[in-house]
Design a protein around this ligand. Structure first.
Ligand code: ADP
Ligand code: MG
Length: 697
């Protein structure tokens, strides 16, 4: 039997894929069976062991097995189904906030159940929310515990892990036919990877056999299968960046005039003087914009260093030269905030602005689209919606992307494709607050030039950062009460390692409930990723206006949010976050005149390693130094937060573990471009092809 090669076999040919799942798969960039096979786990869970309940610790992800002792539906602020599980060593509650009525009957007392989930601090002590569970019909003896690590895949709503795992099993079966997936790298170049072939490597990462050396995130330096794939992925990425750069330099871009009236007038309206660093970076941008060839520039600057003002200057330069500008932010909250800022700045200069997100209503939308097409609207602010096909610019000259860490090379690729208007390619300016050591920046942003704002505006007092164990929560709540009583405001940030937005939202809701009870005199607001845009905007506005005293949030507020009156931030379980992310979060306070504080409410006991990391955050307020210390402790892959934030969106490669490959990657790319040009296209397609969407935004 001959089968088509897997890159030509549509994924809906797999059993059980209907139009709905096909659409969910498509939103993950998966169209063919090959795409599915290259949708690799980003971590693994260990369900090969059962943990006695007595050994459960808050924050651990464990598997327990026991008898259902009790199950009931509890009411209160939120209805939930609670189920008490007992084993020989103790008892623990599992809780469901979303459930079908029949689940309650299925969880009948006396039945045996096995659950996997994170242990959390809940209403009745230690609890698991929405664990994965199996009801055992035979006895414990018949319970088939997985023998291998369980892969966890990047997922989307409507396509749960279990479904992905089942589809992957089918795809792996098709892979057994060695003809089905061509090797794209010449044999000669693959000698160093222990002779494992592509199919074997994929099989190993999707279904790691028991006993294999993989850590939780599947990284192991010595695993030839992982290294083999990482090598190919790095090659594909580099080829892609080379292509971006080549495409770019061959293109013409708008050439802006030398006049600076608007930027100058703008600077005069500002209530502060630009810092030397802001001036320096603007000069670099100005030079790019007045020379032929598209600018591709990255601005790096610590939180609060004032990147937005520099972007505004560049935008005004474009407008003055008769071009339009679009500014894209990765989240609705951030886009909304830029919209307010730029309106405040540009309206007095009579520069017309527009606003567009995925949720803009038809009428408003039509109007904005008309104004863009006619050229009346000079600056469009929004989310990724600013690049939808229906958006036609009259004369787009400059694209500004804020908080670049959320946009990997895939996004830049598609942005390029979407932004092309005729023969002129707009200039691009991307801004990021994630400080990246220079050597890394070169490999991550091989297609961008780099400017650094290495100076903070004067008068900022460093945020006083303290570490407190979780049992001192009461004291922390009192501090919030007193801060609010004296007219200031506070953030409470909930963290959760779970990738699920639902669980994150639930944790934040539970915390809000508790805080409302303990702080009856304070208006407590809540935002998380599952709120609609309008709702989010309303709450953020309430916080900005000072109507809300305490804002509980998930890490959605990590980037950009600017409320100077907020001077206190509590971060729960900071040990779970990367240092760069903590520094970002902390940057939300310390923006006004009052001395600001950041309380790191950690789960005790802390490991020595976590203590060391938090010490860095406590003692240091300089993002670049933090990044370097973090680099020393954790290696580059982690610092960049690749897996969490999708900076580079690598599936297997890890710049830290695989940096020794980079030279070989470079040479191999050169060789491929010379002698195997067809393979280069196929490689880019295989690793980056279908992912030009903005699924995560
Ligand atoms: P980030 O680099 O984190 O995006 P922003 O551009 O949001 O920082 O700037 C942070 C705050 O500092 C804003 O309120 C902004 O108006 C203010 N700011 C920017 N530049 C200066 C300056 N040169 N002097 C004083 N304040 C400034
Ligand atoms: Mg910013």
């Amino acid at each position: 039997m001959t089968r088509p090669p897997l890159d030509q076999l549509a994924v809906d040919r797999l059993a059980g894929v209907g139009p709905k799942s096909a659409a969910s798969l498509a939103s993950l960039g998966i169209a063919s069976v090959q795409d599915l096979l290259f949708h690799l786990p980003y971590r693994y869970e260990d369900r090969t062991r059962i943990t006695p309940i007595r050994q459960a610790r808050i924050g651990d992800c464990i598997q327990i097995r026991g008898k259902i002792a009790d199950a009931d539906v509890q009411t209160g602020r939120r209805r939930s189904l609670r189920c008490l599980i007992e084993d020989d060593s103790g008892a623990l509650c599992i809780r469901f906030y979303h459930f079908y009525p029949r689940l309650r009957n299925r969880l009948a007392p006396g039945r045996l159940i096995r659950c996997y989930g994170e242990v959390r601090h809940g209403r009745e002590g230690m609890e698991m929310y929405h664990p994965e569970y199996h009801l055992l019909s035979g006895g414990v003896e018949a319970d088939a515990i997985p023998e291998a690590l369980t892969p966890v895949y990047p997922a989307v709503e409507g396509l749960p892990q279990n479904r992905i795992r089942k589809l992957m099993a089918q795809a792996l079966e098709l892979l057994a036919d060695s003809q089905s997936l061509p090797e794209l790298l010449p044999d000669r170049l693959l000698g160093d990877f222990g002779g494992v072939d592509l199919a074997e490597s994929l099989r190993l990462l999707h279904k790691p056999p028991p006993g294999i050396e993989l850590d939780r995130s599947g990284r192991s330096h010595d695993n030839p299968a992982r290294r083999r794939l990482a090598f190919e992925e790095l090659i594909a990425n580099r080829l892609c960046m080379r292509r971006l750069k080549l495409d770019g330099s061959a293109l013409q871009s708008p050439r802006f005039g030398g006049a600076q009236k608007l930027p100058r007038r703008f600077v005069e309206t500002l209530p502060f003087r630009l810092t030397g660093a802001q001036r320096k970076v603007y000069r670099e941008i100005h030079r790019d914009l007045s020379s032929p060839g598209p600018m591709m520039r990255l601005i790096q600057g610590d939180v609060g260093s004032g990147k937005t003002v520099v972007a505004a200057l560049a935008a005004l330069h474009a407008v003055e030269s008769g071009f339009q500008v679009c500014l894209m932010a990765p989240t609705e909250i951030l886009a909304e905030q830029h919209w307010h800022t730029f309106r405040r700045w540009f309206e007095p200069l009579h520069v017309q602005l527009g606003w567009l997100t995925g949720k803009t209503r038809t009428k408003a939308r039509r109007q904005v689209l008309e104004e863009l097409a006619s050229g009346a609207c000079k600056l469009l602010v929004g989310t990724h919606a600013v690049f939808q096909e229906s958006v036609q610019y009259q004369r787009l000259g400059l694209i500004i992307v804020d908080e670049q860490q959320r946009f990997g090379v895939h996004q830049r690729l598609s942005l390029r494709e979407k932004a092309g208007t005729g023969s002129l390619r707009p200039h691009q300016l991307v801004m990021t607050a994630t400080p990246i050591p220079r050597t890394l920046a070169m490999s991550v942003y091989a297609d961008l030039d780099c400017s650094v704002i290495d100076e903070l505006p004067p008068g900022r007092s460093p945020v006083n950062t303290v570490m407190l164990a979780n049992h001192r929560r009461e004291g922390v709540i009192e501090r919030i009460a007193s801060a609010c009583a004296s007219g200031r405001q506070a953030y409470w940030v909930c963290t959760l390692i779970e990738e699920s937005e639902v669980l994150q939202a639930q944790a934040a809701e539970a915390t809000t409930e508790q805080l409302r009870q303990s702080l009856p005199d304070i208006r407590v607001g809540l935002v998380h990723g599952r709120f609609g845009a309008a709702e989010k905007a309303e709450i953020m506005e309430g916080f900005k206006q000072g109507e809300i005293g305490l804002l509980v949030a998930t890490t959605v507020i990590e980037v950009g949010v600017d409320v100077p009156n907020a001077s206190l931030m509590v971060i729960e379980n900071p040990e779970r976050l990367g240092l760069a992310q903590l520094h970002q979060l902390r940057g939300r306070v310390g923006r006004g005149a009052t001395r600001s504080h950041c309380l790191l409410l950690y789960q005790s006991p802390l490991s020595n390693w976590s203590r060391e990391r938090l010490r860095i955050i406590r003692e240091c307020n300089d993002g670049f130094r933090i990044a370097e210390e973090d680099l020393r402790l954790r290696g580059p892959g982690q610092v960049l937060g690749t897996r969490q934030t999708g900076l580079m969106s690598f599936k297997v490669a890890d710049i830290g573990l695989d940096s020794d490959l980079l030279e070989q990657v470079r040479d191999t790319c050169d060789e491929l471009l010379q002698s195997h040009p067809a393979a280069t296209e196929a490689l880019i397609h295989r690793w980056l092809g279908g992912r030009s969407d903005y699924a995560d935004v």
